[in-house]
Write a protein that binds this ligand. Structure first.
Ligand code: ATP
Ligand code: MG
Length: 256
């Protein structure tokens, strides 16, 4: 059975239908790509699925449970989390402190507690261990004491992923994890995403403009255009799909 199921999901902003009757299913352990030209509705779909926005219509089922319209915190606590297109970090804190802050939010204690005190020595050791493990999986271990705001852009994205992963989610939704990265950073982030899936068993829903990354990571891809699903299939099927080619060419023509 699908771990995440989206049925007829619709989000309107005033007269604009940003997501239009979207159906989507993702199986446990799968990496599903969600692509489409700028403004196609990808981030909005993430926002509605993750509880950041309430849908205008449609349903979201997670592990068989109807989670439609629940808050982002409630949905995250059930094991469905997302990263943002623009990273949200405490830029004055170090990498390790940011990861610890994420872990503490999950373990229901405040940021102050995360930084300046721990309730028990055992909890402290356990959280330190988890933080180290997450930083190792994402290739951040050697930068653990650096101020987050000073990190190169690519590492800030990885830190955003580490924070999202701190609650040990079943499904992570990544919004443009490699956009703006150079080829080397992209390749290393792709291998981190694979490692995360293998070592943590995380299911991934990926929004990304970098086609090399999408084609290299995803077994299955859904294409949105003007909020509507216009194609679904393997990377090969998608690259040969006429409607997809036209959507991207149309987007290019409009931009020039
Ligand atoms: N909060 C909002 N209020 C009003 N309109 C919005 C809002 N968020 C998104 N939109 C509109 O919804 C449409 C879909 O936007 P969205 O950000 O979901 O696209 P996207 O596929 O993520 O694009 P990109 O690839 O550029 O990130 C766009 O027309 C956008 O202007
Ligand atoms: Mg977007």
């Amino acid at each position: 059975m699908a771990i995440l199921q989206v049925k007829g999901l619709t989000k309107e902003f005033g007269g604009l239908v940003a997501v239009d009757h979207l159906d989507l299913e993702i199986n446990k352990g799968e990496i599903l790509g969600l692509i489409g030209p700028n403004g196609a509705g990808k981030s909005t779909a993430f926002n509605v699925i993750s509880g950041y926005f309430k849908p205008s219509a449609g349903k979201v089922f997670f592990k068989g449970e109807d989670i439609t319209g629940l808050s982002i915190d409630k949905i995250a606590s059930k094991g469905l989390v997302r990263t943002f297109q623009h990273t949200l970090l405490y830029s004055d804190l170090t990498v390790r402190e940011n990861v610890l802050a994420g872990l503490h939010l999950h373990y229901k204690s405040g940021l102050f507690d995360a930084l300046f005190g721990f309730r028990t020595a055992h909890k402290r050791t356990e959280l330190e261990r988890r933080a180290t493990e997450l930083m190792e999986v994402l290739g951040l271990a050697t930068r653990s004491n650096e101020r987050s705001g000073d990190l190169p852009h690519g590492y800030q994205r990885l830190l955003g992923m580490a924070i999202a992963l701190s609650s040990n989610p079943d499904v992570i939704m990544l919004d443009e994890p490699v956009t703006g990265m150079n080829a080397e950073e992209t390749a290393s982030t792709m291998s981190m995403i694979r490692k995360m899936m293998q070592e943590m068993g995380t299911t991934v829903l990926l929004v990304e403009h970098n086609m090399k990354a999408v084609m290299g990571l995803c077994e299955r891809i859904i294409v949105l255009n003007y909020g509507k699903k216009i194609a679904e299939g393997s990377p090969k099927e998608i690259t040969q799909n006429i409607a997809v080619i036209e959507a991207y060419l149309g987007a290019k023509a409009n931009a020039t």
